[in-house]
Design a protein around this ligand. Sequence first.
Ligand SMILES: Nc1ncnc2c1ncn2[C@@H]1O[C@H](COP(=O)(O)OP(=O)(O)OP(=O)(O)O)[C@@H](O)[C@H]1O
Ligand SMILES: [Mg+2]
Length: 277
Amino acid sequence: MNIIYVVTAALGGLVVLELFIILNSLRYTRQLLRIKDRHEAELRRAHEKLKSVDRLKTEFMNMAAHELKTPLVPMVGYLQLIDKSKLDPEDRENLEIAIRNTKRLQQLVQDILDIAKLESRVMKFNWEDVDLTRVIKDCTSSIAPLAEEKGLYVKTVMPKKLPPVRGDFMRLSQVLTNLLNNAVKFTDRGGITVRARRSGDQVIVEVIDTGIGISKKDQRKLFRKFYQTEAGKKKFGGTGLGLAICKQIIKFHRGRIWVHSTPGKGSTFAFSLPVRQ
Ligand SMILES: Nc1ncnc2c1ncn2[C@@H]1O[C@H](COP(=O)(O)OP(=O)(O)OP(=O)(O)O)[C@@H](O)[C@H]1O
Ligand SMILES: [Mg+2]
């Protein structure tokens, strides 16, 4: 009799305890749900705020693009219209300096706009199947006169056909042109080889130069905005945005970009892009 009483009392106690635990956890769950709702509302508000800041940034960039770029186009145009043959040597040189600097300013404005658009993800890409052999042929033939002027060779090593990649033809050409411009700028003897090949599900493009090379310490920082080595700072016309733009464009293509270099021997800048599935 006593045992039955003790067991019943214990069971009753357990039921009460369980009820207590259930009631308490219900209360905590309600509290947690309230906290979650509050945080969700806060997150939504923060998200809206960010979106409006982003809109402002885009509007500002479009305005800046218009206000800064528009006057530069006629400036270069009119300066180039001046008949150099009628000028004395000193004035001719002054005119050439003015044209060179206006073009430099134009490029700088374009680069700043590009990096701003890439970073705020408003850059528009024209996605299509891209044949990288065409990009390479176009870009190497554009850079050839500049290389020739310095007595440098420009070679390409690639198969007749490469698998297509998904990308924006103009933006990929911009990447290769930046790398080729750098290669010519920092090479005084020898030349530049562009090599392309398929490696598994990637296409790899390399720009190999026999130029001044880059120290290990500098290699780590090259792809940062405005970073230039001491040699880079001395060259006319650079701002250190080229490689940062390349990195962003390649990132949007789900690719990778990297550098190998030996000071005094030369550098290889390479990027890989996934083959179109
Ligand atoms: N092929 C190369 N050989 C040696 N140094 C290089 C080479 N490519 C880039 N660099 C170094 O990396 C720096 C950054 O290159 P990046 O293209 O970003 O800028 P830039 O060429 O100086 O200017 P910009 O491209 O904006 O006109 C250069 O200033 C230079 O110091
Ligand atoms: Mg550059």
